[in-house]
Design a protein around this ligand. Sequence first.
Ligand SMILES: [Zn+2]
Length: 91
Amino acid sequence: MVRRGSPVQVRSRAVELKNAGVPVYYIYPGDSDMASKKKGNVELIALQCSECKRKNYTTSKNRKNSQAKFEFSKYCKFDRKHTVHKETKIK
Ligand SMILES: [Zn+2]
């Protein structure tokens, strides 16, 4: 077995963390901050057909940026046409 002089010591921090079992995406604290901020303002909503009252779509909404209730013209497969879909709670 041939031993070389000195092992290569150049390792990135990401590799060190990965070897320690830490997922690499945790090395940027800014990312997790952003994620928690998003969680606070963005909520999931359902879009309910105004004709048959079925909830055909879900989407997310940023409460901070858009305070008015969402209304979209979307295709309803039960009515087989475009109808107004209004924002409601998912459950
Ligand atoms: Zn409908």
